[in-house]
Design a protein around this ligand. Structure first.
Ligand code: NAD
Length: 350
């Protein structure tokens, strides 16, 4: 693998764009550097670190201007999902490698369009789904692949973002011009669930509603609570909940297998193993990396640059364009949805 020093263009420089730029500057400076910024806001306020490290970086307000810069070889897109398909296509057509944030699209039609686009041409494309790279997720994947609890039977998964996050995001952010909180959040959890099981949802039933988070006197801008259940293609049953009334931000996964149970809080530092014999032990999963999201941003970005340097001109995990959005989007419909039929039909048509 011939490694190159990457000149990275950031399309959108809000909280997420800046967090990833700082991860690149602090933890991956041998891999590349921020080389241009595009944001609709003319003068985005940046951190002292960013202005010290990138004093001469060009700022533009039209992404096409950034894509026309020949020195930029890769772009990190962190606009909201309403612009993803348009900007990803333009970036790939301009010859740039693309890292695009989740939720990758806003509808299933867009998922099909983007899947077809990236799989029908030589290109480098990856979604910024970082939850599988949390230390606990990496340990869970290792243990499940080893079949430490035998064959999987069922998964119970619950995400509660807590009241502080809910105020900050559900009211401040989503009540502004944002989209759907259910898809924005649960694309992470349901992508992880399917990834850990090496499968995809065959059927999904769900219900979502707004229970408590809205501006006084105004209709809700987005639902804040969800429950969904279904069956994976490999026969494993699952449930996934989303609430926002707890006292902290946590994601609890509980796996039941033919030889016992595995329990984990994804933001924690260990996995509890409960073999069927009745014993219980904790397997450590410490964070050994710096950077945001328990070190997952570092692992995810490093993986992206290694993929670019591999020279493989094919999208990375393009099927996750489909699978990462189809469960929460099915839940919003409040009926039984045959997600597996749709997933296979898109992949088979190619
Ligand atoms: N993977 C993760 O862990 C993670 C974490 C946080 C956010 N995100 C995702 O990142 C995205 C952005 O979230 P955020 O927290 O940075 O939001 P934000 O509101 O802080 O920033 C969004 C930025 O996008 C800019 N923007 C919008 N349209 C644009 C366009 N057409 N061209 C250029 N700039 C444009 C806005 O001016 C703003 O600065 C969301 O899709 C969110 O789901 C992912």
């Amino acid at each position: 693998m011939a490694q190159t020093y990457h000149k990275v263009g950031f399309i959108a420089f809000g909280q997420r764009g800046q967090q990833l730029a700082e991860t690149l500057i602090n933890y991956l400076p041998e891999y590349g550097c921020p080389a241009a910024v595009c944001d609709l806001r003319k003068n985005p306020v940046v951190s002292p670190l960013f202005s010290f490290r990138c004093p001469d970086i060009p700022y533009v307000t039209d992404y096409r201007e950034l894509l026309a810069m020949p020195e930029i070889d890769s772009v990190i897109i962190s606009t909201y999902e309403d612009m993803h398909v348009e900007i990803v296509k333009a970036a790939i057509e301009a010859g740039k490698a693309v890292y695009c944030e989740k939720p990758i699209v806003q509808t299933l039609e867009e998922a099909e369009e983007l899947y077809r686009f990236v799989t029908n041409r030589p290109c480098q494309f990856q979604i910024g789904l970082n939850l599988p790279n949390f230390p606990v997720s990496l340990k869970l994947k290792e243990l499940l692949d080893q079949k430490i609890i035998g064959d999987l039977v069922m998964i119970r998964s619950a995400c509660d973002v807590g009241q502080d996050f809910a105020r900050n995001f559900l009211i401040n952010k989503f009540s502004g011009k944002r989209g759907n909180f259910i898809t924005a959040k649960l694309t992470h959890d349901t992508d992880l669930l399917q990834y850990l099981c090496g499968s995809y949802a065959e059927t999904v039933w769900g219900k979502t509603k707004n229970v408590m988070w809205r501006r006084h006197g105004e209709p809700p801008a987005t639902d804040d609570t969800a429950f969904m259940a279904g069956e994976l293609h490999n026969g494993v049953l699952f449930s996934q909940a989303l609430t926002s009334c707890g006292n902290g931000y946590e994601r609890k996964f509980h796996f039941f297998g033919t030889k016992g149970e595995l329990l984990a809080e994804i933001h924690g530092d260990g996995v509890t193993l409960k073999p069927a014999c009745g014993l219980s032990s904790t397997i450590p999963a410490p964070n050994l990396n710096g950077g945001g999201h328990n070190g997952a941003d570092f692992v995810t970005l490093r993986g992206f640059f290694d993929y670019l340097d591999s020279g493989v001109m094919a999208p990375r995990h393009p099927e996750r364009i489909l699978s990462s959005v189809m469960i929460p989007m099915a839940a919003i419909r409040n009926e039984l949805v045959q997600t597996g039929k749709w997933y296979r039909s898109v992949i088979e048509r190619g």
